[in-house]
Ligand binder design. Structure first.
Ligand code: SAM
Length: 379
């Protein structure tokens, strides 16, 4: 984006070698564009330049004025050049900073996850129960809304499979409460042990059918799964799941962590009923809190080689939306939808595009999409 330079009345008069009165007159008769900041005119530099050129053309006999205009134009062009040079320098320093910072974070995570394994599925403390309960409830509400908008169906009597549930069984409880017959889930990491029983006691207060659902939770927590089946498999092999015809597959912020998305989608195909539906929210942004807001595409700055070198358990897989779509279509799913939820502005996108690694620089990668909803139906 071109920088906008604005000058005060006195600066404009000095630069163009004219009186402040002349500048003020140009403002009054709208010959230049301006904004008022704290009661002072700030005149758009480009409009000043154009006005000065017009002035010199209509006043050709007045050599002094023409000379003033030409020298003003020269000074002004130099300022523009310096300004854009400084802007470029600032951008380049910022890019170097984000590149190095993102890389340092990746390698630190590699060390951290190598030592402790995948531990923190959410950007808030597991002890923040109220927030976690609301989070689970919102996630389930979004899934059900997405299902209803897609098929007109409700959850009544459905067998639901969740992929990558994370820290607790909250979604299981909300789904059963809303009418699911059975809930099966699979994770590569056993994370539910970090959630204390007190969390569930609080959550159960929000359910309409708490008396019916509480015993199901207790059975699962004691390892006697019945209507809530919690499976952990570090290889994330879905063929190890109990044989049950699945009506609905749901997932939240987990697909982007899967190592072998195509294999997972292929295995899903054998579990899901014909007409079954997949509803998944996928977060393709940088996950590190400190960089997420300021440089959401940070993870795409690195070549495949460098990113593989930084690899750790749970590192985002950098798959773009179109790949999910084609994996699903190749594995017996149809009516596949990619619905962008969070996107980057076009301007920000074009600014960052040259900084991305080659595989992500082209238009087809849909880099503007930061998070999206994936919906598909099994043939
Ligand atoms: C960001 S958490 C999301 C958890 C939960 N759905 C939520 O919204 O809070 C990512 C989930 O993906 C799982 N995961 C991480 N790496 C994985 C892998 N390589 N294969 C399968 N699942 C993985 C984690 O165990 C976790 O359950």
């Amino acid at each position: 984006m071109k920088p906008v330079i604005r000058l005060s009345v006195s600066e404009a008069a000095k630069m163009f070698g004219i009186s402040q009165r002349t500048v003020r007159r140009a403002i009054q008769i709208s010959e230049v564009t301006y904004v008022v900041v704290q009661g002072r005119y700030k005149i758009n530099f480009e409009s000043l330049l154009r006005w000065s050129q017009r002035r010199s053309r209509t006043n050709e006999t007045n050599r002094a004025s023409a000379n003033t205009s030409i020298s003003g134009k020269l000074v002004a062009s130099s300022i523009l050049l310096i300004h854009s040079h400084l802007e470029r320098k600032k951008n380049s320093m910022q890019n170097t900073f984000f590149f190095l910072m993102g890389l340092a974070v990746l390698f630190l995570n590699k060390l951290r996850y190598g030592l402790r394994g995948y531990r923190e599925p959410r950007p808030f403390a597991p002890t923040d129960h109220a927030r976690a309960i609301t989070y689970d409830q919102d996630v389930v509400d979004q899934w059900l809304k997405a299902l209803h908008n897609y098929t007109g169906e409700t959850l009544e009597g459905k067998v639901v499979l969740e992929l990558g549930p994370g820290a607790d069984l909250g979604p299981a409880l909300f789904l059963l409460d809303r009418g699911a017959r059975k809930y099966i889930t699979v994770d590569a990491n056993r994370l539910i042990d970090q959630t204390p029983h007190r969390f569930y006691e609080e959550l159960l207060k929000r359910l309409d059918h708490a008396e019916e659902i509480k015993p199901e939770l207790e059975k699962t927590l004691a390892g006697n799964d019945d209507r809530i089946q919690y499976v952990v498999d570090s290889t994330f092999d879905l063929t190890k799941l109990p044989r049950e015809a699945i009506d609905l597959v749901v997932s939240q912020a987990a697909f982007e962590h899967f190592d072998h998305v195509e294999k997972t989608i292929n295995q899903l195909g054998h579990l899901v009923k014909s007409g079954g539906v997949l509803i998944a929210e996928v977060d393709t942004m940088t996950h590190t809190g400190a960089l997420r807001g300021r440089d959401p595409l940070n993870i795409y700055r690195y070549s495949n080689f460098l990113y593989r070198l930084a690899r750790f358990d749970g590192i985002p897989n950098r798959l773009r939306p179109a790949r999910y779509k084609s994996f699903l279509e190749q594995n017996g799913w149809y009516n596949v939808e990619i619905l962008p939820l969070q996107t980057m502005t076009k301007e920000d996108m074009e600014r960052i595009r040259p900084q991305l690694a080659k595989p992500f620089r082209h238009d087809d990668a849909d880099m503007q999409i930061l998070t999206f909803l994936l919906r598909a139906t099994k043939r």
